[in-house]
Design a protein around this ligand. Structure first.
Ligand code: PMP
Length: 304
């Protein structure tokens, strides 16, 4: 169960958590068109701070733009509403879920003039792939389901309906005893996890999928910046499943997953079978940054 907080922001007003309801004929519930974000707020030494809030709000509006959803609020209003939701709930570290959806009105695929609704919820959410996963790494399965073609999933958008593909992959992986799935693209190259971008390390070089079939991850961008700062060469270049098998290290990135090492893929041990040294260095820097311990990256923190 999601641990409840007190209030949820809905269409400009705060409502009690238990009253944040919609009609069962809400358009998005039937046809999957809703755009959303996943954001984290960390309890830094200087107080709660949201990580890269502006970038997340910007991506929410870009997702809406791709799908011609007209959000009835400005970026600034949503930015402020997110911070207000954290304050109202008196929570110092949380996951933040803003969602823009097509409301109740007409039915049928075409959304017509149905209202566009916005909600923001916050709750406490620990390590998405487990504390142990962060330390020791997780077991990953290459999915038998592929990421949609770039003209099916316009992957710059973070859209609810896309997660059906992610769920097929995740359900399959979990039912086979793995922690997470990695999906390939329509040409067979490694794409991303069900809710994460993927990186590999080979011969000291960090490689990640180029921005084609994947979500333009904000953690991905953070890690690329960190790696370059640490003097690590980074290539945004497609790679194959067997290159993943023979990589020295591999890890997932995402707001929920943060930086999670991969210790095994399809029964093949990755590197030494635990968190590798490059992954550890990047992961440590990531957690130092999000927790406000690196002055150079204070501009990524929005204090609540
Ligand atoms: N890919 C997918 C499919 C995701 O759902 C996510 C999580 N939002 C990511 C990548 C990582 O994106 P970010 O780092 O911005 O959370």
């Amino acid at each position: 169960m999601v641990p409840k907080t007190e209030k949820i922001w809905m269409d400009g007003k705060f409502v009690d958590w238990d009253d944040a309801k919609v009609h069962v004929l809400t358009h998005s519930l039937h046809y999957g068109l809703a755009v959303f974000e996943g954001i984290r707020c960390y309890n830094t030494e200087k107080g709660p701070a949201v990580f890269r809030l502006k970038d997340h709000v910007e991506r929410l509006f870009k997702s809406a733009h791709i799908f011609t959803l007209s959000i009835p609020f400005t970026e600034e209003q949503i930015f402020d509403a997110i911070k207000e939701t954290i304050r109202v709930n008196k929570i110092s570290s949380c996951y933040i879920r803003p969602i823009v959806f097509v409301g109740y009105g007409n039915m049928g695929v075409y959304p017509k003039n149905n209202p566009i609704q916005v909600a923001i919820a916050v709750w406490n959410w620990g390590a998405y792939l487990g504390e142990e996963g962060l330390q020791k790494g997780i077991k990953v399965k290459t999915s038998s389901f592929i990421r949609n073609h770039v003209n099916s999933n316009m992957s710059r958008g973070k859209v609810a309906g896309y997660y059906v593909n992610s769920q097929l992959a995740k359900i399959e992986a979990v039912s086979c005893g793995y922690d997470e799935a990695v999906l390939l693209d329509t040409e067979g190259y490694v794409s991303e996890g069900s809710g994460e971008n993927i990186f590999i390390v080979r011969k000291g070089i960090l490689k990640t999928t180029p921005l084609t079939s994947i979500l333009e991850g904000i953690t991905r961008d953070t890690v690329i910046t960190i790696a370059k700062d640490l003097g690590i060469e980074v290539k945004e270049e497609r790679f194959t499943r067997d290159e993943l098998y023979i990589s020295d290290e591999a890890f997932f990135t995402g707001t929920a997953a943060e930086v999670t090492p991969i210790r095994e893929v399809d029964g093949r041990t990755i590197g030494s079978g635990s968190r590798g040294p490059v992954t550890e260095k990047i992961q440590k820097m990531f957690f130092d940054i999000v927790n406000g311990r690196v002055s150079k990256y204070q501009h990524w923190l929005d204090f609540v």
